[in-house]
Write a protein of this length. Structure first.
Length: 267
């Protein structure tokens, strides 16, 4: 059995989980707000975001308000629209950028017209191989706000919320708040949170009073677990033999060798 034990096994089989990097946000409001929205072009809201040097990076930007977004940039890199949800005059949008450059850059959200109010939040993560499924919904007059997103164990679901309310909402159990901003009393609130997945994930928020909400949920997937193994020459080819197959094969060979040895000695 010494042959079997000499091969060894990899120390881990599972891939690393999605890891939080950093978050930031900004807003603009009516003329009575400390930060009034622009009334003449360019209709933009900006803020700084810092991205670390981890592998498999992703940047998610959520925008909440009433005016559609025409484009978002992180420095000179353009983001892609992932999903948008309207509920009456309230609108939520989620944008993303895979492998954004590291360091600090300005996020610029450009609107299609003069926004009466708007909230933008950004969050970056490491170890994200792809964007999986996403879902969105809107409603009003019920509490709590809920949305279910299909996800697998090891994934992370991020939610972007827009709502018309006079108070800040609270994220549900298991969710980590990443931004939560009220532009003005009685005007749209924008918030974002994330939640690790063990199965389909339900994102929830509670607050009172409110008149309408729009919520987007996005599944972030880590890289698949690597297949550990050993390169074995077979018919002049180098073939990757998975650890499980290799272990079982060597175990059978070792047992067969041991049996033959005992038979030889007995004879």
């Amino acid at each position: 059995m010494g042959l079997l034990l000499s091969v060894g096994l990899p120390s881990t089989y599972a891939s690393a989980a999605v890891a939080f990097d950093s978050a930031a946000s900004n807003y603009c409001g009516s003329i009575y707000s400390p930060q009034p929205c622009p009334s003449t072009p360019p209709y933009t809201v900006t803020w700084s975001h810092t991205i670390g040097g981890g592998a498999n990076r992703i940047l998610i930007v959520g925008v909440s308000g009433e005016t559609p977004v025409s484009g978002i940039a992180y420095g000179s890199s353009s983001l892609a629209l992932l999903a948008a949800q309207n509920q009456g005059s309230i609108r939520a949008e989620a944008w993303y950028l895979l492998n954004p450059p590291t360091g600090t850059a300005t996020i610029t959200v450009t609107f299609s017209g003069a926004p009466p109010d708007a909230i933008g939040g950004s969050v970056s993560y490491f170890n994200v191989a792809s964007v999986g499924s996403y879902n969105s919904a809107g409603g009003g007059g019920s509490d709590p706000i809920t949305l279910t997103v299909n996800a697998n164990s090891g994934d992370l679901v991020i939610g972007v919320l827009a709502m018309s309310t006079g108070s800040l909402p609270s994220p549900g159990l298991g969710q980590t708040e990443r931004w939560n901003v009220l532009a003005n009393s009685g005007t749209p609130d924008g918030a974002g949170s994330d939640k690790p997945a063990s199965s389909p994930v339900t994102m929830t928020w509670t607050t009172s009073p409110y008149f309408g909400w729009a919520l987007i949920g996005v599944d972030l997937q880590p890289p698949a677990a690597p297949v550990g193994g050993e390169m074995i020459p077979i018919n002049q080819l180098q073939v990757l033999m998975p650890w499980l197959v290799l272990t079982v094969t060597l175990g059978i060979v070792s047992i067969a060798t041991l049996i033959r040895g005992r038979r030889t000695r007995n004879n």
